[in-house]
Design a protein around this ligand. Structure first.
Ligand SMILES: NC(=O)c1ncn([C@@H]2O[C@H](COP(=O)(O)O)[C@@H](O)[C@H]2O)c1NC=O
Length: 538
């Protein structure tokens, strides 16, 4: 018995003529033009309530699905296309005689094209709609038709995105009203990606409703923003996907100019923009190399902040990524243009700044359209071999009220400001992270060392080098403050900071030897505050 005579790919019909189409769209962009083109190519159009009305209003002949099925749209549209005359017309295999016979026996006519876009569930959730509204925006009939049509792509064309109308119409024009197998297959793949992401959005929303931070099954959906030249290294392939949440940053950025972005560029630029987004009160600049800052500063103007940030480690800043938290102005752009930088990222740039940077053809300039909110709750996902690590984004932000003075001497006002600045920067430095700050400017950063005391020493040494290179008489860590992303396990890290000239320390506290560290601070007249919050970054 020849039950499932599946075609081999090579036997699949090359083209499939479209005699009948079903249009059922929530987003009516391009609908009338599309329906008009189909009509002009002799296609009979079936359509649901609102879509049919729009087509009819444009004077294009259309048949209501209800009159095609002989069954009315019921239950506020919950049931309109869920009918064997629709799904039989989509799923019946034209090459299988028993299927065609079943169609004839049941008065089912083939439907050769389906154009459907779904109830705007994601947008409804994003707007913060109530539970019932979200439920009503779960499309049932639409995904059903999409899945049926896509399964039968051997003969049926499925369109889920108005951006594809033109392509299909053009192809039909070139092929006597037919589409090619290649196009139908590509559209089918796109269709299942759409229903998959739609269901992922629904299951994520449900998990949220149930208060499940970590659902049993994690469904993640993201959209390709761009393929990249290569990955972290040239032998790796890479692409950038966005999650649709539109957090201002690399995901929302438009590239004004410059070379193609690489994987490392994006990773570093993200780090730079997230860091500079920590600061909103004053103009701030962060310069990043290999995802770690080599200079961060607040200033009275952006130019002032840039000069201060650059002064921290101008040697490392070469080839760096520069992020700013204000509209980029011409004066700052002119200074940036003097440095070899890979990327500049800003919420916006004025025309004069844009004009200055055009001279630097290779420099990538990204404009995000806004700043990211540092304490916004979200989840972060990282891949491991064979799995993923999911956690809350580190949205923790220490304020003055959280600080506990643990030493005899309390920090001065100036020290307090710098301590908070340093701790905020330290959150964005790979652990172990030690950050020296003076006047809202980093003066020495020790990142990514396996021992905290090494990070302390490196940060002090970097400051020493920068001071020497700038011909300064005193080392910049003199009378500075220092932050540590986690507690000092021993007094040695603190003593390294004392040796470098720091006068105040900020750290989470919580070590078994806290008292030892506090005593060492008191002995050296250091003011120390505990934050009670750690900012490891691995
Ligand atoms: N229930 C059904 O049988 C059904 N069939 C199609 N839809 C959706 O109805 C919308 C179009 O409705 P209208 O043409 O009435 O504006 C489309 O998003 C389509 O995916 C349905 N709606 C919900 O499931």
């Amino acid at each position: 018995m020849f039950l499932f005579p599946f075609l081999h790919e090579s036997e699949a019909p090359m083209t499939a003529r479209i005699a009948r189409a079903l249009i059922s769209v929530s987003d009516k962009t391009g609908l009338v033009e599309f329906a008009k083109s189909l009509h002009e190519q002799g296609v009979e159009i079936l359509s649901t309530g609102g879509s049919a009305k729009a087509i009819e209003a444009a004077g294009i002949p259309v048949k209501e699905v209800a009159s095609h099925t002989g069954f009315p749209e019921i239950m506020d549209g919950r049931v309109k296309t869920l009918h064997p005359k629709i799904h039989g017309g989509l799923l019946g295999r034209r090459s299988v005689s028993s299927h065609m016979q079943a169609m004839t026996d049941n008065d089912i006519t083939p439907i050769d094209l389906v154009a459907v876009n779904l109830y705007p569930f994601e947008e409804t959730v994003a707007k913060g709609a109530d539970y019932d509204t979200c439920i009503e925006n779960i499309d049932i009939g639409g995904p059903g038709m999409i899945r049926s049509a896509a399964k039968n792509h051997e003969s049926v064309t499925v369109i889920v995105d108005p951006a594809d109308y033109g392509r299909v119409v053009a192809e039909m024009g070139d092929n006597a009203g037919a589409t090619t197998y290649e196009t139908r297959r590509a559209l089918a793949a796109k269709a299942y990606a759409r229903t998959g992401s739609y269901d992922a959005a629904i299951s994520t929303w449900f998990a949220g409703q149930l208060g499940e931070t970590f659902p049993q099954r994690l469904n993640v959906s993201a959209e390709l923003k761009q393929t990249l030249r290569y990955g972290e290294n040239p032998h790796q392939q890479a692409a950038f996907y966005t999650n649709g949440k539109n957090r201002p940053g690399v995901a929302t950025a438009t590239q004004l100019q410059g070379k193609e972005l690489s994987f490392n560029n994006l990773n570093d630029t993200d780090a730079a923009f997230e860091l500079v987004s920590e600061f909103s009160e004053k103009p701030a600049v962060a310069i990043i190399k290999h995802a770690n800052p080599c200079g961060v500063a607040e200033g009275e103007t952006l130019l002032d902040a840039y000069h201060k940030a650059l002064s921290c480690d101008p040697v490392s800043a070469f080839g760096g990524i520069i992020a700013v938290n204000r509209t980029l102005d011409a004066a700052t752009a002119e200074e940036i243009a003097k440095l070899f930088a890979e990327v500049v990222i800003a919420p916006d740039a004025d025309d004069a700044a844009k004009a200055v940077l055009t001279a630097k053809k290779n420099l990538r300039v990204l404009l995000t359209g806004g700043m990211a909110t540092p304490d916004e709750a979200d989840m972060t996902l990282r891949s491991l071999s064979g799995g993923y690590l999911l956690q809350n984004r580190d949205a923790g932000r220490v304020t003055r009220d959280d600080l506990k003075v643990v030493t005899k001497r309390a920090p001065s006002e100036q020290e307090l400001n710098d301590l908070l600045f340093a701790f905020r920067v330290g959150k964005h430095v790979k652990s172990n992270a030690i950050v020296y700050v003076k006047n809202s400017t980093t003066v020495g950063i020790g990142a990514g060392q396996m021992s905290r005391v090494d990070s302390s020493r490196i940060a002090a040494w970097k400051a020493e080098e920068a001071s020497k290179n700038a011909g300064e008489e005193t080392v910049r860590t003199e009378a500075s403050v220092v932050s540590s992303d986690a507690f000092f396990p021993f007094a040695d890290g603190l003593l390294a900071a004392v040796k470098a000239g720091a006068t105040a320390v900020i750290q989470p506290g919580g070590s078994m030897r806290d008292q030892e560290v506090i005593d060492a601070a008191d002995e050296n007249n250091i003011a120390m505050v505990f934050t009670g919050m750690r900012h490891f970054r691995h």
